[in-house]
Design a protein around this ligand. Structure first.
Ligand SMILES: NC(=O)c1ccc[n+]([C@@H]2O[C@H](COP(=O)([O-])OP(=O)(O)OC[C@H]3O[C@@H](n4cnc5c(N)ncnc54)[C@H](OP(=O)(O)O)[C@@H]3O)[C@@H](O)[C@H]2O)c1
Length: 249
């Protein structure tokens, strides 16, 4: 499959979890993928190796995407190493997501989540925008969550920050549409990844109409659609990928 041939894709937090599946599928489709990560170099190198073994193109770049200078440097490094600018930005990275009651939670906990899901995407957008505007096209895909519909208790910092991504997605889409840049949001349901090891997902799965939890490949294939020309007339939208666990938004 070569539908993304010649494209450069940046997947934040692309080294493991959903990001690993997203990086892999975009590379399979022909994109050169920047597998971004913050701490775990081994995981990032493994993901790059998997992609290269399958005949794809990828490089790992360590960068704390919550730091504006680091983000600017990341984009400079991409230009130096790949000789081009980023066509597809997938805002996927996450830090820890603490579940805390309203008595326990602090404003700093809220800021921690906003740093990942609003601040970092803004820094990244500003860094990739000149290149996308020059080309007259671009794809921004924000990874949200079904929690914006569920409004889960004891999770308010995460739910709030993911909900902020919705307005952000729509406003960016309106402003950037005239430049050929689409902005969409993909809301996964529960997709057990490395960090969920040992967690029993059966209680969640039994209430899902399709009777299972998500797989990274379920999310990755939807990202591929949003990154491709197949979705060229879709912007400012949310797509929920959760086996029918929620409706709306
Ligand atoms: N998994 C689910 O069930 C689920 C459900 C709904 C939504 N989501 C959303 O999907 C996205 C991915 O979640 P996940 O479960 O796949 O996460 P994950 O497995 O915990 O992976 C997180 C990724 O983010 C990277 N990262 C952490 N801090 C970073 C920083 N400061 N700068 C750059 N990269 C950083 C990590 O790299 P290092 O290992 O190097 O730190 C890792 O690659 C998140 O936005 C999450 O909210 C997930």
């Amino acid at each position: 499959m070569t539908i993304l041939q010649g494209k450069i894709a940046l997947v934040t937090g692309g080294s493991r979890g959903l990001g690993k599946g997203i990086s892999t599928i975009l590379a399979e489709a022909g994109a050169t993928v920047i597998v971004n990560y913050a701490h775990n170099t081994t995981a990032a190198e493994e993901t790059v190796q998997i992609i290269m073994d399958a005949g794809g193109k990828a490089i790992a770049i360590q960068s704390d995407i919550t730091n504006e200078e680091a983000v600017k440097q990341l984009v400079v490094e991409v230009k130096e190493k790949l000789g081009g600018t980023i066509d597809i930005l997938v805002n996927n990275a996450t830090g820890p997501q603490p579940e805390l009651s309203l008595e326990e939670i602090t404003w700093e906990d809220y800021l921690d989540q906003l740093n990942f899901f609003v601040k970092a995407p803004l820094f990244l957008l500003k860094a990739v925008l000149p290149g996308m505007k020059e080309k007259g096209e671009g794809r921004i895909i924000n990874i949200g969550s079904e929690v914006i519909t569920l409004g889960n208790p004891n999770f308010s910092s995460y739910v709030t920050a993911k909900s902020a991504q919705l307005g952000m997605t729509r406003s960016w889409a309106s402003e950037l549409g005239p430049f050929g840049i689409t902005v969409n949001m993909l809301n996964p349901g529960f997709v057990p990844v490395e960090r969920h090891e040992g967690i029993d997902a059966s209680g969640y799965a039994k209430n899902v109409p399709l009777r299972r939890v998500g797989l990274p490949s379920d999310i990755a294939s939807t990202v591929l659609f949003l990154a491709s020309n197949q979705s060229k007339f879709i912007t400012g939208q949310t797509i929920t990928v959760n086996g029918g666990n929620t409706y709306g938004i």
